[in-house]
Each structure stands twice: as C-alpha cells, then as structure tokens.
Design a protein around this ligand. Structure first.
Ligand code: UFG
Length: 331
C-alpha cells in the first residue's frame, strides 16, 4: 500500500515508517523538518514540505498513488501550548485541515490520526476508556480534539474512513537502536532521566511529591513507541477491511510513578540519578492510565514491549549510543 506519512521524520512518525516498510508497504514521508530529523526517515521516500501546501499535496498524492494517510505532523508540548495557543491552533488545526481537504479531494479514503490522552483532561475515572468525557485542560489537547471532530464530520460527509489513536505516554526506541527520541527542547520524563544518567544533565526535577498516589508522584501509562507504530498499521488494516471509523486508546493499562521510572532507569543504566523535588507542574493530572481494551479487541493490538524495564532498556540503548540524538535539528 502507498501510505503518506505526514510528520514521518518525528519521533513516533519515524517508528511508524519503519513498521510500514517492514510490513512491505511503501511509505512516502512529508515533513517540514521544523521538529523532525532527516536521519530518522531511513530508506523511505522523503519530501521536505508542509502539510498546508495544497499544490504540493495534490501533486504528490497523485504522483505517488497515495491510498492512505497517517498524520503525525503536529506540535505536541503541553506546556508550550499553554503559552502559544495561536501556534497550536494554526499548526494542529488550520494546517491539519489543509491536509485533510487535500486527502478528501484526491480520493484518499483511509486516514490514521495521531491523537492523545490529553483530549480527556483531568480524569474523572481511571482507567480512562474512550467514552470518558473529553474536556481538554490545555490547548494541545483541545487542538487534537478539534481535529478529531473534523474527522468525524468529514467522514460523514465525504466518506473518509478514519481512526483517531489516543496515545498515553510514548516512550522507548526501536530495538535496532538506530532511531529514537530526539526533541529540542526535551521535556519528557524518560529521556530527561536518561540524560541525567549519562551525565548530560545534573539530575532530574520531580514535579510534585504530594499527589494522592502511593509515593506522592504522578502515575503514567508508558507505551513503547514500536507498539504505538504497530497499532497504526493495524488501524489501517481495520479501516481497509470496511470496519467503522472510531477512536482508540493506546496504552498498556498499567501505571508507574515518576519515582518508579527513575528507580528502573537506575537499574537499567547501572548509574545513580540525582533527584530533586520541585513544585507540581501546572496541568499534570495525578494518574493517567489507559483502558485500552478496545484497541485489543477491535484492532487485535497486542503490545510486545509492555513492561517498563524493557521500554527503558530500548530508550537507554538509543541515548547511550546517540548522546547527541540525530546530531542537530535537520540532521
Ligand atoms: N516529570 C517530572 N520531571 C520532568 C519531566 C516530567 O517529574 O522533568 C513528570 C511529569 O510531571 C509527569 C510525568 O513525569 O508526571 C510524565 O511527564 P511527561 O512530560 O513525560 O509526559 P506527560 O504525562 O506530561 O505527557 C503525556 C504525553 C502528552 C499528553 C499528556 C496528557 O506526552 O502527549 O501526557 O497529559 F498530552
């Protein structure tokens, strides 16, 4: 299948490209390299460009015979989104709609969307199932939810089939060790902890130890990036087999606290990590754990790297061997 992967040079997108190629699909990556890395794309066809460039999209969909689209091209930092809702609405909604229009006009029938647990906001019930109320607590989640809404209406009007995949905490790296997480700035817990383990940072600040959890720190559901990537392929097959458009949570269904993550990282790396407790980070819910039964039942999804230690081992292999990531923003 010829699959357009928008944002395929980013962290999750590049892992999806890898899985698509392994499964014998043809991946055509479109990425403007504003946050992605050329080096993450591997042997896939790469086009540097923007998802809002309608002429470019029309030409490439026709030329490459694109049959399906996976859309990862978005800004995804919760904290940044609070200060810059304008940028987030522009990138994640306005530009995303240009891509959606181009797909619909060119007759692309299947669309897999990179959504987030941030669409739920502060959970009223854990584990969080797909029918949990969606009340985003930040612009990032709001923009992803807005795009999910567009998909629903476009689907009804234009016959587009879509799957919105709501990720919990993506982590880890491809087991081959040659692609992984490389953000600038980095804000996520596991890469920061591993940078501390490798001496690139003096230690880690734990944001709050007074949450109503057993050790007082936040609990998250960490899901391996390769398992996320495989769910995208399953979602494509699901849509192509005529099943109805839907949204799916992607998580392991088990939570680990910030301190458990740090302890496991110390065991994996064999190094001690200096911990400082600081104030809570605004907008962090105490516990986010997925009810991910729907993806297992409907897509047949079975995460392979479902324990925290394995997730951190793969992340560590990447960070240890690539201390500078891909070697710069556009590398
Ligand atoms: N944390 C620290 N110190 C740090 C960084 C993070 O203590 O230096 C804590 C956070 O407070 C949080 C946990 O580690 O409790 C995980 O934080 P991340 O930044 O790694 O991930 P988030 O849980 O904030 O983000 C995830 C997804 C987003 C999604 C969000 C929903 O990455 O896409 O959950 O709340 F929007």
């Amino acid at each position: 299948m010829n699959v357009l992967v928008c944002g395929g040079a980013g962290y999750i997108g590049s892992h999806a490209v890898r899985e698509l190629m392994k499964a014998g699909h043809r991946a055509v990556v479109l990425d403007n390299l504003s946050r992605g890395h050329r080096g993450a794309v591997g042997d896939a066809i790469f086009i540097e460009g923007d998802i809002a460039d309608r002429d470019l999209l029309a030409g490439l969909i026709r030329r490459e015979g694109i049959e399906a689209c996976m859309h990862f091209a978005a800004h995804s930092l919760v904290g940044e989104s609070v200060g810059r809702p304008d940028t987030y609405y522009f990138n994640n909604v306005v530009k995303g709609l240009a891509l959606l229009d181009a797909c619909v006009k060119a007759g692309v029938r299947c669309f897999v969307f990179s959504s987030t647990a941030a669409v739920y906001g502060d959970p009223v019930e854990v584990p969080i199932k797909e029918d949990h109320p969606t009340v985003p607590a930040n612009p990032y989640g709001a923009t992803k939810l807005a795009f999910e809404g567009a998909l629903r209406w476009y689907g009804g009007a234009f016959g587009l089939k879509y799957a919105s995949l709501r990720y919990f905490n993506a982590a880890g790296a491809d087991p081959a060790g040659d692609i992984g997480e490389d953000h600038d700035p980095e804000t996520h817990l596991i890469p920061l902890v591993l940078k501390a383990a490798s001496g690139k940072l003096p230690g880690i600040s734990v944001f709050g130890n007074d949450y109503p959890t057993p050790d007082g720190t936040c609990i998250r559901d960490y899901i391996h990036v390769t398992d996320l990537a495989r769910a995208h392929l399953l979602a494509l097959e699901y849509l192509r087999s005529g099943m109805p458009s839907d949204c799916f949570n992607l998580g392991n269904g088990s939570g680990y606290s910030v301190l458990e993550v740090i302890k496991t990282a110390e065991e994996v790396t064999g190094r001690s990590i200096e911990v400082k407790f600081s104030a809570r980070r605004p907008g962090d819910p105490a516990v986010l754990v997925a009810g991910a039964g729907k993806a297992r039942e409907a897509l047949g999804w079975r995460p392979q790297f479902d324990d925290l230690r394995t997730i951190i081992e793969t992340a560590w292999a990447w960070h240890r061997d690539h201390p500078d990531g891909f070697g710069g923003r556009n590398a």
